[in-house]
Design a protein around this ligand. Sequence first.
Ligand code: ATP
Ligand code: MG
Length: 397
Amino acid sequence: MNEQFQQALSVIETLKRHGHEAYFVGGAVRDYILQRPIGDIDIATSAHPQEVMAIFPKTVPVGIAHGTVMVIERGISYEVTTFRKEGRYEDYRRPKDVTFVRSLYEDLQRRDFTMNAIAMNEHGEMIDPFGGIEALKRRIIETVGDAAERFNEDALRMMRALRFVSQLGFSLSTGTKQAIMQYGHLLQHIAVERIAVEFEKLLLGPFMSKAIELLMETNLFLYLPELATKKGELAQLGASSLVPAHRIEAWARLAFVVHFDNQQLKKWKLPNHLIRDVSICLKALEHIRSLADWTIDALYEYGPYIPHIERTRAALYGDEPHVSLLMKQWEALPIRDRKELAINGHDLLALFERKSGPWLAEMIENIERAVLHRQVENEKEKLKEWAVCNQRRENNY
Ligand code: ATP
Ligand code: MG
């Protein structure tokens, strides 16, 4: 067992000491077997949420209705979820009610894919009733049980299948792929926000092009917001081998290639700050196509966004990203923000003894450009002098 599991062991041992069953489950076990870096550690237990909360000193009831309690041990949080099976599925969505069960088997059975339905006990032994380890060896994503049935229960699982393709580079089992072809339309019943979470992970995966290919081959793309008519553009998205380093880059690359505008991004119900960041990148990418397009003005305008824009540019044009070079150039600019100007509006009002008006903003902008292009030093007296001369020049015209 690796260090992360070793640390989490005390949670399992404490639950067991109180007479409950407890196992590591889900993505962490899968990634551990694959020898990939593991994310959050999830624990499944026969203890009910109230019992879990009574046992551990530090807990947060993050999803009591679904049986989930967050347990915090030595500063690390673990999701501890009661063995459960899900109630009746309605409208192809995750059911609202769940039933707690006392058996691990039933809990593993309700999980999406065999590779995600493996449990590990405190000795590092695997409990794998559905052949998940074998699937990992064969690099296959297959549903637990009948794929058609499982996708009818919860259609989001189809998107999850493809995001795992993108993250792991695995293939879909024949049955799983066929069921996606047949039931892709059920994705229409799923909340856009939930689709977006999985699609974003797909966009960020190292095997994104493989997943995009499958999105098209299975026709699942037809049920993604604003993408049904973009098959040709989507095909292009798979072309780059550069993995986006950030969600902003993932969405910016997509939006650029499929020609999304703000309205279309909004259909994905992304958070406003993300839409804003993506829009800034898109605006830059309209005119920054090569390294040479990074002018002083462009560096100044995009500042902190340079890494996102540059990496996206490089991915779009099959180029090398030159992030550190550009960041050095940006840091070496005389100013990086208007706030760094050694003169402000008050100074100028006093200097010219004029009432505020459009002239003021224009003058500040002129000073800003002049400082940026090193026509004048960013020093108060020099800027005053420059402003007065500049004003005279303008008046002479
Ligand atoms: P990641 O490492 O990306 O978090 P994960 O496998 O842990 O991957 P989660 O979304 O965190 O994925 O879900 C945790 C576990 O819960 C999964 O491994 C799976 O067993 C189960 N699960 C999640 N979503 C579903 C679903 N829609 N249907 C059935 N089981 C699911
Ligand atoms: Mg997880």
